[in-house]
Design a protein around this ligand. Structure first.
Ligand SMILES: Nc1nc2c(ncn2[C@@H]2O[C@H](COP(=O)(O)OP(=O)(O)OP(=O)(O)O)[C@@H](O)[C@H]2O)c(=O)[nH]1
Ligand SMILES: [Mg+2]
Length: 371
């Protein structure tokens, strides 16, 4: 049996096995095995095809990947939002390469990547989809572009990304593994963990852990456990925009909203736009900004005053003074003594803070450095 057939056989067995406490252990082992075989198959395939892939350099403060089926209007949207000039066509697969464009918003440079139409089976490398997906993995935010008439494409797009190890709108479960030289597997789980210890042990053994201290404190599924044991999962936030709303008449809006709900999208969270006539693009920019979690820090430079034109852009995850120093580069880091902060994060104007201080949007910071 070849690898592909083995994978299919395991998938079939998982699908046919009812999930309950008595089968949980068995399913756990199957899922671990399945994940390993898929990785192996992928390694074989990528070595054969010479790797390929797009080399789009990361530019700007953050990157957004526009993900959608052919002809939903990704290129039109990119052109409407950025300085790029992406080819727009009324036939499918106009975009054969990845087109970058820069969106300037609130002093931040946000790179948008228009990637070729993602099609069914992309994760198995039909239609060059694999290369597309590898670009998506490097982004900071996935923006799904749906046409108002084809909301059902959403689930297929998410499935493709999932199959390519992109985990959307979720955080990795913390599974702490410390390898040892002897003593077998020493598993510690909190009360919150619903999986049986034996199931977890089975998965660990499948991954060849023989001697290790393993600690799990959060509840998790078998899939999440398998994800946590692999270091190539990409965890990204996502947003949805519904394009071509200029083509729908007011009475049809409720139908679109119902479609959205039936595919697990909150209609209030989706942004209704027309890339063609510009409708909704301001709220889309706002959504992108919020979902990226960008914050602006204004530098108060000695002798030059506060620079509000070109803020230092940080993210909510990396928002400390230390992160600011890193982004600034140069010798600030070594010469840093303290900083003075005025604004939302400060207890009072000109508060003296150290490296650990967490900054907020629109703070003003003055760095006091050694000469
Ligand atoms: N009416 C209307 N037409 C649109 C809108 N956005 C895009 N279109 C049209 O839809 C067609 C496809 O648009 P593209 O921007 O090329 O679509 P794409 O998603 O980049 O397609 P691929 O590159 O093939 O993946 C073009 O004829 C556009 O003019 C919109 O908001 N309203
Ligand atoms: Mg295009």
């Amino acid at each position: 049996m070849g690898l592909k057939e083995e994978i299919e056989a395991i998938e079939e067995e998982i699908a046919e096995t009812p999930y309950n406490k008595s089968t949980e252990q068995h399913i756990g082992r199957l899922k671990a095995k399945l994940s390993e075989k898929k990785e192996k198959l992928e390694r074989q395939q990528s070595s054969g095809s010479g790797g390929g892939g797009y080399a789009v350099e990361k530019h700007g403060d953050a990157t957004v990947a526009l993900v959608g089926f052919p002809s939903v209007g990704k290129s039109t949207l990119l052109n409407a939002l950025t300085n790029a000039d992406s080819e727009v066509g009324s036939y499918e697969f106009t975009t054969l390469d990845v087109n970058p464009g820069m969106l300037e918003y609130r002093g931040a440079n946000i790179q948008l990547l228009d990637v070729p139409g993602l099609i069914e089976g992309a994760a198995e490398n039909r239609g060059g989809g694999q290369a597309v997906l590898s670009v998506v993995r490097t982004a900071d935010l996935v923006l799904f572009v749906l046409s108002a008439f084809e909301i059902d494409q959403y689930e297929r797009l998410r499935e493709e990304l999932y199959a390519n190890k992109v985990r959307l709108d979720t955080e990795p479960v913390n599974v702490n593994v410390r390898k040892r030289h002897k003593g077998g597997i020493n598993l510690t789980t909190s009360d919150r963990v619903g999986l049986d210890d034996e199931t977890i042990m089975g998965v660990l053994r499948e991954y060849d852990y023989i001697n290790a201290d393993v600690t799990i404190r959060e509840d998790l599924t078998i899939d999440q456990l398998v994800d946590a044991l692999q270091d190539n999962r990409e965890y990204l936030p996502s947003a949805v925009c519904v394009n071509k709303v200029d083509l729908i008449d007011p009475g049809y809006v409720d139908t679109v909203k119902r479609d959205l709900r039936s595919h697990g999208i909150d209609p209030d969270e989706a942004v209704f736009i027309s890339a063609e006539d510009g409708r909704g693009l301001d709220s889309l920019k706002e959504t992108i900004w919020n979902d990226l979690g960008l914050i602006r820090i204004y530098m108060d430079k000695p002798g030059r005053g506060i620079d509000r034109g070109e803020p230092l852009v940080l993210t909510q995850r990396e928002n400390t003074v230390e992160d600011a120093l890193e982004t600034l580069g140069g010798s600030f880091d070594e010469r840093f003594r303290f900083a003075r902060v005025t604004g939302p994060s400060a207890k009072h104007d000109e508060q003296q803070v150290g490296r650990d201080h967490e900054l907020e949007d629109e703070d003003v910071i003055r760095i006091v450095a050694r000469k």
